[in-house]
Design a protein around this ligand. Structure first.
Ligand code: ADE
Length: 254
């Protein structure tokens, strides 16, 4: 996977990505990363990349030409038009499925905006995907691009040392991950659930699946609709919800 980031802050991208697991994957050659400074493609006296919006309004816009030339330098080098992700709160909200899908690309370009955004005309010409990382507004696209690259990287074969962990974690099968415990067996008076010490593999698996269902029903009921549960498990969810409803009604009475 070759990541290319069009940005006004290349050092932010490089510092963020050359650390930890993504840094290790870059050193191993499983990933590559180039941060292209859009300002290097502003061929005017002060390398200016922004201007006032036509029609008035607050703030400045990034101009079309430097963004286009920076993109063109990548497209020419790789010999084709790559997939280009523009980070914007107006985009489709990023999720695990999108991460998996994007991990299959050979090249991915991320376009990071700043100020009040980017001239619409260049977006029309080069952007293939408009993506948001959630319903809040950040000062620029660099953090969202890094969030996306981090989660996409984990889906690239060989990046995680234990390939299995990419599948069993949160969101696999649209269920949240079960709770985990390590030594000591008792900490602050809290004991590790007995079943995990039993060595009975099938019971451990059953307990974990149940815990995943409980957590998802409690914290992310929206995900449950897409989870593949057995009839018996759906009954269990209904029973849990009924129980929680009764509990909250009892609390309201107090
Ligand atoms: N740029 C500013 N806020 C953003 C968000 N929430 N997601 C993606 N890009 C952004």
């Amino acid at each position: 996977m070759d990541f290319h980031v069009l940005t006004l802050f290349p050092e932010m991208i490089e510092n963020g990505m050359n650390t930890s697991i993504t840094g290790r994957a870059i050193s191993k050659g499983l990933l590559s990363l180039e941060a292209v400074n859009i300002r290097d493609f502003a061929f005017n006296k002060h390398q200016k990349v922004d201007d006032y919006p036509y029609g008035g309004g607050a703030g400045m816009l990034m101009q079309a030409e430097p963004v286009f030339l920076a993109w063109e330098s990548i497209a020419q080098r790789i010999g084709r038009k790559p997939r280009v992700v523009y980070l914007t709160p107006q985009g489709k909200v990023f999720n695990q499925e999108m991460a998996k899908n994007m991990a299959m690309e050979e090249d991915l370009v991320f376009l990071c905006g700043h100020y009040e955004g980017i001239d619409e005309r260049v977006l029309e010409e080069i952007v293939t995907d408009y993506v948001s990382i959630g319903d809040y507004v950040l000062t620029g696209g660099e953090l969202p691009a890094m969030v996306m690259m981090d989660s996409i990287s984990r889906m690239v074969p060989g990046v995680l040392s234990n390939q299995e962990s990419g599948e069993t974690e949160s969101f696999a099968g649209n269920l949240l991950e079960y709770p985990q415990y390590s030594r000591p067996e008792e900490w602050h008076g809290k004991k590790v659930p007995e079943v995990l010490l039993s060595g009975h593999h099938a019971n451990v698996e059953k307990w974990r699946r149940e815990q995943s269902i409980i957590r998802t029903a409690k914290w992310r009921p929206d995900l449950l609709k897409r989870a593949e549960l057995t009839n018996q498990e759906w009954n269990y969810v209904r029973q849990l919800k009924k129980q929680w409803k009764e509990e909250s009604e009892r609390n309201e009475d107090i």
